[in-house]
Design a protein around this ligand. Structure first.
Ligand code: PBG
Length: 324
């Protein structure tokens, strides 16, 4: 059938019709909201490069998490900003660490909200790299041990899901083994399986104070031009025991999300990262784009590409727009 018999515009004539044949629907159930918890009391510091995103001390984090739950958002992803950083990032694997303390508070005060914890060292080390250093580079196998320890402390505090974001080889297996050995076989791993090194994490490093003091993350995070390698990374993480696999960033990597979706049957998450959020906010502030509209278009694009779950700083505004 072709023109003039077939006229695609027939089904675009009004919103009700468009609503009926819409192929992709974003739902509040798809959203995960990242939150930053900082040491101290009475902290509610807006991140300069991320309007609407804050560093919260524990008691304010609990208030924010209640609001998140009221909006119907099912889960938060927690990042910790410790009072003190050191070469080993010790706060990351202390039962009294900032994230562990925050998890206990959230599980106690906001039941029903899924608490996912980011497992990594860059927010905890004084050099800002994602693991232990040896000869100026991150030592993979030494880092595995403390990553596993860190994940166990999160689980012990009550974390519902752990999410390693360090990009060390073999970390999913190391974490799975440790969780099982310590009595947490029920805690799923959402692995940042295909995480690319690039420029989109800038504002996050402002928020988490985690810019590497020298060099960059290119010796452990992936090279942006590579897509086949992403499939190998995802396959490895699945073999090692990942329950949910993530692609990160999302917007510049929609092709990767799509290929991962086609090649594997596990739930796929995509991280709409800080730089993607800040670009929209900045352009909207300049009056160059309609920020609300563009944000929703980006989120639905990520879902259309194949993501089941979307980690986004826009989760609250999206939940409101979706009418909950
Ligand atoms: C920790 C981590 C980072 C992000 C999530 N987990 C920073 C990084 O890899 O430098 C970035 C999130 C964002 O930019 O929104 N490794």
């Amino acid at each position: 059938m072709q023109f003039p018999e077939y006229r695609p515009r027939r089904l675009r004539r009004n919103e009700t019709l468009r609503r009926m044949i819409r192929e992709t629907k974003l739902s509040v159930d798809d959203l995960i909201y990242p939150l930053f918890v900082a040491a101290g009391k009475n902290v509610r510091r807006e991140v300069p490069s991320m309007p609407g995103v804050f560093n919260f001390s524990v008691e304010n984090l609990v208030k924010e998490a209640r609001e998140v739950r009221e909006l119907g958002i099912p889960a938060v992803l927690l990042f910790g900003i410790p009072a003190k950083k050191d070469p080993l990032g010790k706060d990351a694997y202390s039962d009294r660490g900032i994230v562990q303390t925050a998890v206990r508070a959230l599980k106690d005060a906001v039941p029903g909200l899924m608490v996912i914890t980011d497992v990594c060292f860059c927010e905890y080390t004084d050099h800002g790299h994602c693991g232990i250093l040896k000869n100026g580079d991150v030592d993979n196998d030494a880092t595995l041990e403390i990553l596993a320890k860190s994940a166990v402390t999160h689980a012990r505090a009550g974390a519902d899901i752990v999410a390693p974001s360090d990009m060390m080889d073999g970390r999913v297996a190391a974490i799975r083994r440790a969780l099982d050995a310590e009595g947490f076989p029920q805690v799923p791993i959402m692995s940042y399986a295909a995480k690319y090194a690039g420029g989109f994490y800038g504002p996050f490093r402002d928020a988490a104070d985690s810019t590497p003091s020298f060099g960059d993350r290119r010796s452990y995070q992936m090279d942006p031009p590579n897509a086949r390698e992403a499939l190998r990374e995802v396959a490895l993480d699945i073999q090692e025991g990942a329950d949910i696999v993530m692609v990160k960033p999302a917007l510049s990597y929609l092709d990767v999300i799509c290929r991962v979706r086609d090649a594997f049957d596990l739930p796929v998450a995509a991280y709409n990262v800080s730089g993607e959020y800040s670009m929209v906010k900045a352009a909207a502030k300049l009056g160059w784009i309609d920020g609300d509209r563009v944000m929703m278009e980006i989120l639905v694009s990520i879902k259309r590409a194949g993501a089941d779950l979307i980690l986004t700083y826009a989760a609250k505004e999206a939940a409101r727009a979706l009418g909950r």
